[in-house]
Design a protein around this ligand. Structure first.
Ligand code: APR
Ligand code: PHB
Length: 387
């Protein structure tokens, strides 16, 4: 088999890239280790930046997002039991939409079926070969060894994939921060606590009130890294959430139907290209979920790479492919900074002493008052420009 671009992984990075390439008339095949139900079933964040909404619109897959997504023009922050609002729309001219990653994936898979985008599911033992020059991919399918020759490989296989490790260790550098806590997340079919998101800094730890619809809530609590799901029966979760979010949140409780614990990490590998192999999304970078940037960064990588590949195939221009890594990283590091900063501002760290706590409170009080800080916050939250 032969194609122009072999894409490893059918998560957000891989599927957005496949669709964007198809729109440019570039042939691509996606290889995915799991099946569609598995990939679509993973519960992840649900805040789409304006850039991401625009890409869905450009692809023509925004119908459901426009009818079911909830447009938010602001976010709320609770500090010292007092809530203040940052008007994102007023300060940045942009909005975000609440539309779960599961819904985005559903729309992308349906469109791939309709348009005949080739996706090979249950591809086992995927291996990348000769990535520096003339690359090809091998995998096992029903015990048969398959091979796909391509001009380029797009490594979209997430943090635990194989693409990053296909770059020789002496040709890449990784930067990492692992946070000393996790997020315990639940989904429950109860009306959201507020019509917009609430991020709370509490002495007992961070809390976040989010939602998936007007009848489905998504809540998070900062938890200990060693905590297990069994340590958090619903009753304990609701009691703690009510305490941390404070009186302005009107929390309706009910049985949760999903509960998970996620560790928090900041990670970047440089460069995001080696020969004919390009890295996108979580394969190259991870952000803590506090700024809701993970999915949006995967999409902006896909936009940058698809534009570079289009310039190459259409006009023979190589310079944009050569600068993909630098351009993508310039934007990624800014999102890393925002996610790290917002995490530091709102979480309780084991090493935070009374002085550190005062610093957090003072910075939050400054954010509450300062037009300049609120503008900077809004620009970052709604997503920085792609170039
Ligand atoms: N071979 C084939 N597929 C693989 C392999 C492999 N060796 N390893 C991983 N995959 C697949 C996974 O099964 C998954 O479907 O690659 C996909 C990677 O998807 P994500 O982990 O979602 O990464 P990405 O597409 O970069 O999206 C990043 O989406 O899931 C969120 O938290 C994530 O917000 C972040 C964003
Ligand atoms: C979510 O709805 O899952 C969500 C929202 C905002 C975040 C992180 C997660 O910052």
């Amino acid at each position: 088999m032969r194609t122009q671009v072999g894409i490893v992984g059918a998560g957000p990075a891989g599927l957005f890239l496949a669709h964007l390439l198809r729109q440019e008339g570039i042939a691509a095949t996606v290889l995915e280790r799991h099946d569609r139900a598995y990939v679509e079933g993973r519960v992840r964040a649900g805040v789409l930046e304006q850039n991401t909404m625009d890409v869905l619109a450009r692809l023509g897959f925004d119908q459901r997002m426009r009818s079911e997504g909830l447009v938010h023009e602001g976010v709320n922050i609770v500090s010292d039991a007092k809530m203040f609002r940052i008007d994102l729309a007023d300060r940045s001219g942009k909005r975000v939409v609440i539309y779960g990653q599961q819904e985005v994936m559903h729309d992308l898979f349906d469109a791939a079926n309709q348009l005949g985008v080739p996706i090979i599911f249950n591809a086992n033992d995927v291996k990348l070969h000769d990535v520096a020059t003339k690359p090809y991919i091998t995998w096992r399918e029903d015990e048969l060894l398959e091979r796909l020759d391509c001009d380029f490989i797009a490594g979209c296989d997430g943090f635990h994939g194989i693409s990053r490790d296909s770059i020789p260790p002496d040709a890449r550098t990784s930067f990492e921060r692992v946070y000393p806590f996790g997020w315990l997340g639940i989904l429950a079919d109860v009306p959201p606590a507020h019509h917009e998101l609430i991020y709370a800094n509490h002495l007992r730890g961070f809390a976040l009130a989010s939602m998936r619809s007007r009848t489905r809530s998504r809540y998070y609590l900062q938890c200990d890294l060693h905590d297990r799901i069994e340590d958090w029966p619903d009753e304990r979760f609701w009691d703690e959430l009510i305490l941390r979010l404070g009186p302005q949140a009107h929390i309706s409780t009910g049985p949760s139907f999903e509960k998970n614990i996620t560790p928090l990490r900041s990670f970047v590998t440089e460069p995001m290209r080696y020969g004919s192999l390009f890295l996108l999304g979580d394969a190259a970078h991870i952000v803590p979920p506090t700024g809701a940037k993970g999915l949006n960064l995967a999409v902006s990588d896909a936009v940058m790479l698809s534009e570079s590949l289009a310039a190459y195939y259409r006009c023979g221009i190589r310079s944009t492919l050569d600068s993909y890594s630098d351009r993508a990283l310039a934007r990624i590091w800014k999102a890393e900074r925002f996610s790290w900063w917002f995490t530091g501002l709102t979480h309780r760290f084991p090493e935070t002493d009374a002085f550190g706590r005062k610093m957090q409170t003072a910075e939050l009080a400054y954010l509450r008052q300062s037009d300049a800080l609120q503008t900077a916050f809004s620009e970052n939250y709604v997503g920085l420009p792609l170039n």
